[in-house]
Design a protein around this ligand. Sequence first.
Ligand SMILES: N[C@@H](CCC(=O)N[C@@H](CS)C(=O)NCC(=O)O)C(=O)O
Length: 289
Amino acid sequence: MTHELAIGNRSTCSWSLRGWLLFEKFNLPVKIRSERIRSDAYRVMMADFAPARSVPAARLDGVVVYDTLALAESLNELHPEAQMLPAAPAARGLARSIVAEMHSGFTALRNDCSIDLLRVFPDFEPSEKVLDDVARIEEIWACAREMASGVGPWLFGEYSIADAFYAPVAARIASYGVPISENAAAYIVAHLCDPAFRRWRAMAAAEKVGQSGDVRDVLQAPWPTPPRLPAAPVSLGSSENEFCPYSGKPVTHFMELEGRVFGFCNAFCRDKTVADPEVWEDFQKIYQK
Ligand SMILES: N[C@@H](CCC(=O)N[C@@H](CS)C(=O)NCC(=O)O)C(=O)O
């Protein structure tokens, strides 16, 4: 059965990002429902996930589960084949512990460095409490890396639930420029370069721009990510492709990239592709042809 996931604003809801990564990184089938927090449409969506009052909220095989910790444990139980936690008992114990520590802690970092995936804050001066939080984060990341198996860049080698929980933490440290060790910086870069994280951020940009305007305007901040391909929205066009690479519907919205014009069936799909053309597999299939 396909699961359902309700999420909020992509640029500012770190919990929604965690919930979404749990599905996206482990290839778990899911239908996403996304609304702006506190809008009328959000209230209607949430009524469907009662008694949940926060996002992410999910329906897993027909059962409502909310709160990222409950979601992670439920998905791990339903999908043992996805290997969402490290196999070795000691590493698995530490993974669960640091997930719980993140879920209930690091309040100074969370309060002082509100997440906004579309902005950077070069003049931010961290308080002692923020520096303490970051020192503790570095300590537990280093413990995890000591237990890591395999060659992956993630906390325990392969991507695990723990990485989904620390992805927004990595984004906060990067966008606020909090000083950090070389090893921790390498782990942060792994998140920022991760195609799934980049897809989320591209959707955050598309969501922010809405149905009109230019998605490139919301991407002007020098976010510390790899340079993106120079795509641009174009208002009218006759595209190489007749049908949207995502939905298969006839194209209505256009994008130019390296002198070629591609079409999509709505502004959101066009804009998320303009924001980061490289990370969309279905688009890449027509682009690479
Ligand atoms: N402990 C929850 C926290 C979730 C949370 O606070 N979500 C925020 C959005 S990022 C929310 O739903 N806020 C609802 C509101 O402000 O009305 C979890 O782990 O999922």
